[in-house]
Structure formats: C-alpha cells, structure tokens
Design a protein around this ligand. Structure first.
Ligand code: 5GP
Ligand code: ZN
Length: 112
C-alpha cells in the first residue's frame, strides 16, 4: 500500500469504485471515464507503479487470466475486446499503479 496512490486506495476500499471482481491478489472495477461500452480496470492489490516493475510472472498471468475470464462473463469474448497496459509518459499512463484495461462492447478504433 502506497500512500497517496489512488488505486491502492480503491484496492483497500478507502475510495469507492464499482468493483465487479476481487480475490486475494487482484481487484477489477469499472473505469470512471469509460472509453467503450465495456471498460474495466484490473489491478494487483500490491503497489507496482509501472509494468517495468512487474517481475512476478504468476501475478502477470493472473492479471491476464482475470481479464479474459471477466471478458467471458461480460459477454465480449466472441465479439472481441482489447487488453491494454499503458506505461509511462509516451504510453499515456496517468495512474502509477499498474492496471490492465479491458475495452470492448463495440468496434474499437486504431491503437495510435
Ligand atoms: P491510464 O491512462 O493510466 O492507462 O489509465 C488510467 C485510467 O484510470 C483512466 O482510464 C481513468 O479514466 C481511470 N481512472 C482515473 N481515476 C479513477 C477513479 O477514481 N476511479 C476509477 N474507477 N477510474 C479512474
Ligand atoms: Zn498503488
């Protein structure tokens, strides 16, 4: 838990969010400013500022498998979706606690 980290506060319930899934390692919640009909963020409970600091392969896998499982539950597995993790300034990262975006529910536009 990092002081002044928004997503640590969401993970520890100090700030409310629309949580759709939680286990001992990760929390998934709706993005406050959705960019698609489905826009979910999957975060680890542990504070890791950027994907550059993600060294736990098990946790990395758990984030991805949580996202694919949620995509299935949300009914977008077959229509399709995008998983995105932005990194640092050029990647457009604005919250420095890693988060995997699940985006879907309509035809997504170009990546860049
Ligand atoms: P980034 O740009 O770092 O990849 O993505 C940060 C995401 O967090 C954005 O899509 C933004 O809308 C979302 N976000 C920022 N603050 C909050 C918040 O307080 N609650 C929720 N649920 N999402 C947030
Ligand atoms: Zn954090």
């Amino acid at each position: 838990m990092a002081e002044n980290c928004l997503f640590c506060k969401i993970a520890s319930k100090r700030i409310p969010a629309d949580v759709i899934f939680e286990d001992d390692k990760v929390v998934a919640f709706k993005d406050i400013e959705p960019q698609a009909p489905v826009h979910i963020l999957v975060i680890p409970k542990v504070h890791i500022p950027t994907i550059n600091g993600l060294s736990d392969a098990s946790l990395a896998g758990h984030l991805v498998l949580t996202a694919t499982s949620l995509a299935s539950q949300l009914g977008i597995s077959e229509s399709g979706y995008r998983l995105v993790m932005n990194c640092n300034e050029d990647g457009g990262q604005t919250v420095f606690h890693i988060h995997l975006h699940i985006l879907g529910g309509h035809q997504l536009t170009s990546m860049v």
